[in-house]
Design a binder for this molecule. Structure first.
Ligand code: ACM
Length: 543
């Protein structure tokens, strides 16, 4: 079986420039990947990725040592920016040049998309002879340096294998940050040696809501899970091989009921709590006493041992101050600290956590609420609240903060695709693929001189209503494909053209087995409501 590849016109996210010429590269069994430092790892990865679906023997060798044209040469070019690449497909074979190992990696992601979609499978469909790739030259690079995908593993624990798949899918779309929301009221999801009850107690909840939580119905079934340190180290190195940085988030001082259930002395009450069994925001937050701050610092220390990311996300969103206001100890603490009232405790807490991170050369990332008290210098603000997004983004950038945009109305993939009873229960209607595609990360009115403060954007999947990897894939795809164009490709948009490309691109998702939502709407198996087909079919030949 001989196969023919496709053109750069079908690649998602859309490359900056490409040209086509006569001829083709012909790849076959015995293919050689030439890759020198610092791309040897990439050479080995690509060899695995190409041998699995073809059954070919694919070897990785030193640069300049492969005779003939049945080869992919990977190297660096000082003429290219750090994440840029040039991919050349010709009768002499395939060449990928990157401005860095990351750039070369993105060149290989484009190469994978130029292959016939069926080579996105894990094993050959039959004997694969030659694969012809039409001659082309692609020059490409990202618009933004922060291209994130967020996953909430606290509301529903997601198995480790899904995190690896999500890294692969993110990398295929040239995204480079996986933001893991590791803790919340409803569950604590990572091992902390100094505080074993966080996982022994905090990782498990008695039951969860069924349907929309406002309906007040529960399933009566326990739920939970957590990642060991080995799991997370493995994930970090798997992601690094694919130029994805894992950004860990421990949400504090609110969204902490699971930790307080494990260690009641962290809270403001004398009576014990259980891990939160509803969705929504718990009123139970950390107290602001020194032992609690030591706990937070210890947890962050263990987190920094595992995650090498420059930024560590400390949450900071949706922290109710009702408990602090009614707690004599919290009010006294605020007075002792010279604050005007307990509602100022969060700003003080955030500054203390920034110091903890700075001691190890790291920087703080947090949700945009931390701007309310004036965020510590050097912190990165992740903007999410739709109604304030533009105002906060402008203020943060003008104050010299780096900003990552994740406004709900463009980036919250826990919203339904459509306001339709067919869609699975979701927190909100509706965020269509077209709306995501139209997302412009730089807020209107931001002066040119501050544009570079907008590092990029993140799509977010909160999982109150998303209990399985299959459902998570449904919520991500194909919105993530559209999002990748908003953060990678230049600022121009052409929805009809994208829709057509997406129609071809989903063949790549089909080959992987990704549970994406068809543009026409959920399949009967994905929908919430069962619809009988309007007209039953006829057996062939019975007319
Ligand atoms: C958030 O959605 N609470 C960041």
């Amino acid at each position: 079986m001989n196969l023919v590849g496709t053109t750069a016109a079908t690649v998602v996210p859309r490359p900056r420039r490409w040209s086509e010429s006569a001829g083709s590269a012909v790849l076959s069994d015995g293919l050689v990947i030439e890759a020198g430092a610092p791309c040897e790892g990439l050479g080995r990865l690509l060899a695995r990725e190409l041998s699995a679906p073809t059954g070919w023997s694919v070897g990785a060798v030193e640069p300049g040592t492969a005779p003939g044209a049945n080869k992919v040469s990977i190297g660096l070019s000082p003429a290219l920016g750090p994440e840029e690449y040039r991919l050349t497909v010709s009768t002499a074979g395939v060449s990928v040049l990157g401005g860095s190992a990351a750039g070369a990696f993105y060149g290989t992601r484009t190469l994978l998309q130029l292959l016939p979609a069926e080579l996105g499978r894990r094993a050959p469909l039959g004997q694969v002879g030659q694969v012809g790739l039409p001659a082309t030259e692609v020059e490409d690079g990202p618009r933004f340096s922060w291209r994130g995908v967020g996953l909430d593993v606290a509301r529903h624990f997601m198995p480790k294998r899904f995190l690896f798949e999500l890294v692969d899918l993110a990398a295929l779309h040239k995204l480079n940050v996986l933001h893991l929301h590791l803790t919340d009221d409803q569950g604590w999801r990572f091992q902390v040696d100094g505080y074993p009850m966080l996982t022994a107690v905090g990782a498990w909840r008695r039951e969860s809501p069924v349907g929309h939580y406002r309906d007040g119905v529960s399933d009566g079934r326990p739920h939970g899970g957590f990642y060991t340190k080995a799991d997370l180290s493995e994930l970090v190195s798997y992601a690094a091989e694919r130029h994805v940085t894992v950004l860990p988030e421990v949400d504090m001082p609110g969204h902490m009921q699971a930790a307080i259930a494990a260690y009641p002395e962290l809270g403001n009450l004398t009576s014990p709590l259980e891990v939160f069994t509803s969705w929504g925001i718990s009123d139970h937050v950390l107290n602001m006493e020194e032992p609690t701050l030591r706990f937070c610092a210890d947890v962050l220390d263990e987190l920094m041992d595992l995650f090498p990311s420059q930024y560590v996300h400390i949450g900071g969103d949706e922290c109710p101050t009702t408990e602090w206001s009614s707690s004599p100890a919290a009010r006294q603490r605020a007075t002792d600290l010279g604050l005007d009232g307990p509602e100022q405790l969060q700003g003080w807490f955030t500054a203390r956590m920034a110091e903890v991170l700075a001691q190890r050369g790291r920087s703080l990332a947090a949700w945009d609420e931390v701007m309310d008290a004036g965020a510590p210098p050097g912190s990165l603000i992740v903007v999410w609240r739709a109604e304030h997004a533009r105002r906060i983004a402008l203020a943060a950038a003008r104050h010299g903060h780096d900003v990552v945009m994740a406004p709900q109305t463009s980036c919250y993939f826990d919203w339904a695709y459509e306001d339709s009873p067919d869609e699975p229960v979701a927190i909100q209607p509706a965020l269509s693929v077209e709306t995501v595609y139209g997302f412009e990360p730089v807020p209107e009115g931001l002066e040119e001189e501050h544009h570079s403060r907008v590092r990029g954007a993140q799509c977010q999947l909160w999982t109150e209503y998303v209990g399985t990897p299959e459902h998570a894939e449904y919520m991500y795809f194909p919105r993530l494909c559209a999002f990748s164009e908003a953060v990678w490709s230049d600022g121009s948009r052409d929805w009809p053209a994208f829709e057509e490309r997406l129609g071809q691109h989903v063949a790549r998702l089909d080959a992987r087995g990704t549970n994406y939502r068809p543009l026409s709407g959920p399949t009967p198996g994905q929908a919430r409501v069962w619809h009988q087909p309007a007209t039953p079919g006829r057996l062939p030949g019975t007319d």
